[in-house]
Design a protein around this ligand. Structure first.
Ligand code: SF4
Length: 258
């Protein structure tokens, strides 16, 4: 999801005049940190990364003071994604070097938020939306040579599994209009995506379904508020196997759910 979001953000930034993507933070104008809030470990990694960017900003100040840097401004640091949505301005309070906080439904606002930084302000937008799907934005692929690409068909979630933060950081479930998905596939410069999705025959799609079980115990499923039982899951697996012979199934399991 975050890779897909970065491809949308790249498109928004390119339209705003930023032309070059660099993958080293040392010489860049803007640093994006797209975050995950699903586990504490993921948040700790972000904090370590922020410490390093704080060091970079201090180094920039030193270089300007000693005439070793011509750059007029220090790099702007933007925190995006679910952790930004969860902690909101608490990140700005804890990390003074962060310039912009932008939640998953506010990426269109990034150019304005960056302007606020030019005027010496902090930029923050964590408004969630019931409609935003970025359907009209043509993502800029991060990996040009990849044989696969992410095409998002929906955002958000209406379920309330007891362990999950997604409904709170990515809002309600909404789907992209079918035409916008087909349009995005048609715009793929290699043509590979549209070949994989012929309008009437989808025979060359990988027969693989990701079907997270989370646990095999109906009692734990109930505590997780997953809305199905062990038996219902196995019934579904059987239905899928009947409909798609030879299908591959993948899953997620949570170990040690309390
Ligand atoms: S279905 Fe449950 S685990 Fe999956 S995103 Fe929604 S709330 Fe989270």
């Amino acid at each position: 999801m975050n890779i897909n979001d970065m491809e949308i953000i790249l498109s928004i930034m390119k339209n705003d005049g930023y032309s070059e993507v660099v993958d080293v933070p040392e010489n860049t104008e803007i640093i994006f940190i797209n975050t995950c809030a699903i586990r504490d470990n993921a948040e700790q990694k972000v904090r370590h990364r922020l410490n390093y960017f704080w060091f970079l900003k201090r180094q920039w100040k030193r270089n300007v003071a000693t005439g070793r840097s011509q750059s007029l401004r220090p790099p702007k640091v933007i925190v995006l994604g679910c952790m930004a949505q969860r902690l909101k301005d608490k990140i700005l309070d804890a990390d003074k070097m962060v310039d912009v906080i932008c939640g998953p439904d506010a990426y269109r606002d990034l150019p304005r938020l960056l302007e606020e930084v030019d005027y010496g302000q902090k930029g923050i937008n964590t408004l969630l939306s019931l409609e935003e799907t970025y359907a009209d934005i043509n993502p800029v692929r991060i990996s040009k040579n990849s044989i696969s690409a992410f095409v998002s068909v929906m955002r958000g979630c209406n379920n309330m599994c007891s362990f999950c933060i997604v409904p709170f950081t990515r809002s309600r479930e909404r789907s992209r209009p079918m035409e916008s998905i087909v349009k995005e596939l048609n715009r793929d410069p290699t043509g590979d995506l549209v070949k994989a999705f012929p309008a009437c025959l989808r025979h060359n799609i990988c027969k693989c379904i990701h079907l997270p079980a989370q646990t095999g115990s109906s009692a734990v499923l109930e505590r997780m508020r997953r809305g199905y039982t062990h038996e219902a899951y196995l019934d579904l697996v059987q239905k899928i196997r009947n409909m798609i012979p030879g299908v591959g199934l993948r899953s997620d399991f949570i170990c040690g759910f309390c």
